[in-house]
Design a protein around this ligand. Structure first.
Ligand code: PHE
Length: 363
């Protein structure tokens, strides 16, 4: 490398090292490698040289150019790091500021209740299944052994969608499911026994008063195996309601009842007392109905491809709002869906302090 290139290199190196921010570094880069930069200008002189001169000078200039470009790159990353360090040092955040509850969202009682129910059933070995809100007549009624003309099929009981043609060319109206029992069918159709599932979801009926809303939530449990019997049904429901209400000796009663898809069928009642107009869950001289249950009807098993002589089991279902109302003392069902923030602040759950199976409701 010739003397002049050596000294040019020293000069530029000093300049690069002296650049104390990205802007001045870029100024140096332009003054060296830019269109009118010093190295660029020297490159242009190569054309006027003899071939021998050009060979040595050209090589030296290219080496210089690469070295300087490298140097600039290094300086650039050093400056960037310096800048980032300075920002990190100056922009610290005080994460010790206490939370402001007035700005914190609340967990809706339905979500809270579903979570509690999931925890209880998961501990008993159930898994969660799902099904569509928009159902066909077959899964909501026919497969569940609803005889033709059963009142539950009447138009006013749910919401029907406009008539459409199905895959077989038949015209039919889809509907909003009236219960989560349709998920029993869908699950059995698509899975191999044994079955042990719970399902939570929205259900629909055309009702509206203090205790009925057109949309509400249900929970459904299904257990099918070779020897599952009524004793299992009773044990499972008793364990679950006692865990849910956190009352170890909560009385539970099974009252014979009719549902087309179970045989025998039973309504589930829990003990309560009604004094001075108030309702108290637990031992008392009164009963409160909380859901339906029964042994899955042989016709339902057959409809799902199971041999009733080989498989049997139970199902039960109940309203989730009702469970939440009873556990948390919420008087009016309609308020669940009014989206009133004051209601949610009152009945909702602080996400940081919500009850769970470890702390219990009374935490
Ligand atoms: N599907 C029934 C209802 O909505 C409840 C039920 C579920 C009853 C499972 C028996 C078995 O009323």
């Amino acid at each position: 490398m010739t003397q002049d290139i050596q000294s040019l290199k020293a000069e530029i190196t000093d300049e690069v090292k002296a650049a104390c921010d990205l802007k001045s570094l870029d100024d140096v880069r332009v003054s060296v490698l830019g269109k009118k930069g010093r190295i660029t200008a020297l490159m242009k002189t190569l054309g006027k040289m003899t071939p021998e001169e050009r060979q040595t000078k050209g090589r030296d200039l290219n080496i210089l150019k690469d070295e300087i470009a490298d140097l600039i790159k290094h300086q650039e990353s050093a400056l960037k790091k310096q800048e980032m360090d300075a920002r990190l040092a100056s922009e610290t955040q005080d994460i010790t500021l206490s939370p402001r509850p007035e700005y914190m969202g609340h967990i809706h009682p339905i979500s809270q209740t579903i979570e509690e129910l999931t925890t209880i059933f998961a501990a008993m070995g159930f898994s969660v299944a799902e099904g569509p809100d928009i159902e066909d007549d077959y899964h909501n009624f026919t497969a569940l052994n609803f005889p033709p003309g059963h009142p539950a099929r009447e138009m006013q009981d749910t919401f029907f969608l406009p008539e459409t043609q199905d895959e077989e060319g038949e015209y039919a109206k889809k509907l909003l499911r009236t219960h989560t029992s349709s998920v029993q069918i869908r699950h059995m159709e698509n899975n191999k026994p044994p079955h042990k599932i719970i399902c939570f979801g929205r259900t629909y009926r055309s009702d509206y008063d203090l205790t009925h809303t057109p949309m509400f939530h249900q929970m459904e449990a299904l257990m099918i195996d070779k020897e599952t019997n009524m004793g299992h049904l009773k044990g499972c429901i008793m364990d679950f309601v006692r865990a849910f209400f956190e009352i170890d000796d909560l009385p539970v009663r099974f009252r014979p009842s009719f549902f087309p898809f179970v045989e025998p069928g039973a309504e589930i009642d829990i003990g309560c007392s009604r004094e001075d107009g108030g309702l108290k869950i637990g031992a008392g001289d009164d009963w409160l109905e909380i859901g339906g249950s029964g042994m899955v009807h042989p016709n339902v098993l057959k409809n799902c491809g199971l041999d009733p002589n080989e498989y049997q089991g139970f199902a039960f279902g109940m309203g989730i709002e009702r469970m939440a109302m009873l556990k948390y003392g919420i008087p009016d069902l309609r308020t669940f869906f009014e989206s009133d923030l004051r209601w949610l602040r009152h009945y909702g759950f602080n996400p940081l302090e919500r009850p769970n199976s470890a702390t219990g409701v009374k935490s």
